[in-house]
Design a protein around this ligand. Structure first.
Ligand SMILES: C[S@@+](CC[C@H](N)C(=O)[O-])C[C@H]1O[C@@H](n2cnc3c(N)ncnc32)[C@H](O)[C@@H]1O
Ligand SMILES: O=c1cc(-c2ccc(O)c(O)c2)oc2c(O)c(O)ccc12
Length: 273
């Protein structure tokens, strides 16, 4: 079942027609895909979960975002064999750095020879660990607060909001974090009983995360149907902490407090242009 779902996603993405997704890939993605990324896909081809790799059309827009924000100090959560990691390493400057976190070193070592051959290994600090403690460790050094240009999150969906709270402290105002799989195979727009059993936990987690992100006034957002859905978030205000458990857009008990703080943010000109 799992591989059937992944094969479906790989064959038609979210566009629900294989022909259209094939057109996008063949007309504008494959012709521009850097050779090292093609090679990394080839060495990943025999992995049983090869279809977990970041989708090529998502990779293409992510590459553009990295270059638009001139990303230099970055984080990746969820490396697998390194497709998104390699495209990040190819997109940042020679002295750019990526803290790349994954619990699975074996998968990373499948892509590592290609990363080395591409001459970008020096930009990568691979950390074999659960991601949360690594983010908490980074936050113990106040130099890291507000210093990251970009983060990419493509791992355990149950922790996306936990990652978000920490990444908003690590990202600079104007910095960007991209979350992968935020349309979860299109299941977020379907009833639970229309969703295959395997997909249901991810569907629920993703719907909740999307609600929280949409309510979070600390970020400007765009939920875009590239690959399996990516949510692009730009940190726009200096206040890094959330005002309520459901993000700070809600007008619950802290509603008045939210408005007060928001107006203070505004008055101080903390809103980025
Ligand atoms: C969808 S794959 C990442 C795909 C990758 N971005 C690429 O382009 O190939 C998800 C990865 O998240 C890792 N992962 C899952 N839970 C994690 C956690 N709590 N901390 C760190 N990594 C985790 C898995 O080991 C897996 O390699
Ligand atoms: O079915 C998938 C499952 C996962 C996934 C989620 C949490 C984890 O802890 C993990 O290790 C993998 O991620 C995917 C993905 O990122 C894709 O682009 C396409 C499909 C999937």
């Amino acid at each position: 079942m799992y591989n059937k779902i992944l094969r479906t996603m790989a064959s038609k993405g979210l566009l629900q027609t294989e022909e259209l997704y094939k057109y996008i890939l063949e007309s504008s993605v494959f012709p521009r895909e850097p050779e090292p990324l093609k090679e990394l896909r080839d060495v990943t081809a025999n992995h049983p979960r090869k279809l977990m790799a970041t989708a090529l059309d998502a990779g293409q827009i992510i590459t553009m975002l990295l270059q638009l924000v001139n990303a230099k100090k970055t984080i990746e959560i969820g490396v697998f064999t390194g497709y998104s990691l390699l495209l990040t390493a190819l997109s940042i400057p020679e002295d750019g750095k990526i803290t790349a976190i994954d619990i699975d070193r074996d998968a990373y070592e499948i892509g590592l020879p290609i990363i080395k051959k591409a001459g970008v290994e020096h930009k990568i600090n691979f950390v074999e660990s659960e991601a949360l403690p690594v983010l908490d460790q980074l936050l113990t050094d106040h130099e890291n607060e507000g210093s990251y240009d970009y983060a990419f999150v493509d791992a355990d969906k149950v922790n996306y909001w936990n990652y978000h709270e920490r990444l908003l402290k690590l990202l600079k105002v104007g910095g960007i974090v991209v979350y992968d799989n935020t349309l979860w195979g299109g299941s977020v727009a379907k009833n639970e009983n229309e969703t295959p059993e395997f997909y249901r936990p991810g569907r629920h987690l993703t719907i909740e995360f999307n609600k929280q992100i949409a309510a979070d006034s600390r970020v400007q957002i765009s939920l875009a149907p590239f690959g399996d859905g990516i949510t692009i978030c730009k940190r726009i205000i200096s206040r890094a902490f959330s005002l309520s458990s459901s993000g700070d857009g809600g007008l619950g008990a802290s509603g008045g407090y939210s408005i007060l703080l928001w107006s203070l943010d505004n008055r101080k000109g903390a809103m980025s242009p």
